[in-house]
Design a protein around this ligand. Structure first.
Ligand code: ADP
Ligand code: ADP
Length: 227
């Protein structure tokens, strides 16, 4: 089953002299439970692609379908609820709430959705992220890598069907990077989540079932399945 697809997607920024065709003719589909990585040079359109499939920004033309919903047709209020329920975003800016401690930051998306946190899962997450000893700390009391892991925990807390990650290991050393990759693998294996991850690290790209290469706004799939 396709959980996510795009059809003939185009995204253009600016007009005239400043016009940039960031995505051209992109048609991809991702099945539930797949781990897909996205590679490509800086400025090739990777972040734009993630913004489109995360329904954070409107395409110039074309379709984006998530879990059977044509999200390019949805209104913003409806979209923000849809995103919160279905998609976990791991971006390079952590956007943690400075007044909330580690655990509070992680459970926030659950509370915002008027749900009760699954305490067992939150405890497991804190452990897998190596944050158990830090759960009462504020973001300002953490290293960059720890803050990044809190942001990852927050994205996973609601067990979203789809996890979109932009360089999730960007600020981490190799031990922590490995742990985060294993955590994402576990999310796929244990909770049948779908992961789409931008990475510059080719050895992490090969963690994925499929690799999409973005070049000058065009997306193609590399090689065969590595599962
Ligand atoms: P990377 O190369 O690591 O993927 P970038 O520095 O290209 O990251 O982009 C980071 C973010 O800044 C992206 O979310 C992108 O949408 C935004 N961005 C990139 N280029 C521009 C631009 N020319 N104007 C405004 N925002 C941009
Ligand atoms: P990548 O993530 O592969 O580095 P991006 O998707 O960030 O690439 O950017 C693709 C192209 O679109 C780049 O030329 C970038 O400058 C441009 N771009 C990205 N975001 C914006 C934006 N918000 N406004 C204008 N141009 C942008």
């Amino acid at each position: 089953m396709n959980i996510l697809s795009t059809l003939n997607l185009y995204k253009t920024y600016g007009t005239g002299e400043t016009k940039v065709e960031a995505l051209k003719q992109v048609s991809i589909s991702v099945s539930k439970g797949e781990f897909v990585s996205v590679i490509g040079p800086s400025g090739s359109g990777k972040s734009t692609l993630l913004n489109m499939v995360g329904a954070l920004d409107q395409p110039t033309s074309g379709m984006v379908t998530i879990d059977g919903r044509e999200v390019h047709k949805m209104k913003e209020e409806e979209l923000s609820v849809f995103r919160r329920r279905n998609i976990g975003f791991i971006f390079q800016s952590f956007n943690l709430i400075p007044e909330l401690n580690v655990e509070e930051n992680i459970v926030l998306p659950i509370l915002l959705d008027y749900q009760k946190p699954d305490q067992h899962y939150i405890k497991e997450l804190l452990g897998l992220l190596g944050l158990t000893e830090r759960k009462h700390h504020l973001p300002s009391q953490l290293s960059g890598g720890q803050q990044q892991r809190v942001a990852i925990g927050r994205a996973l807390a609601t067990k979203p069907a789809i996890i979109l990650a932009d360089e999730p290991t960007g600020n981490l050393d190799s031990k922590n990077s490995q742990d985060v990759m294993n955590l994402l693998k576990l999310s796929v294996a244990q909770y049948h989540q779908t992961v789409i991850m931008i990475t510059h690290n080719h050895s992490y790209a090969s963690f994925a079932d499929r690799v999409f290469q973005v070049n000058d706004g065009m997306v193609r799939e590399l090689g065969a399945s590595r599962r």
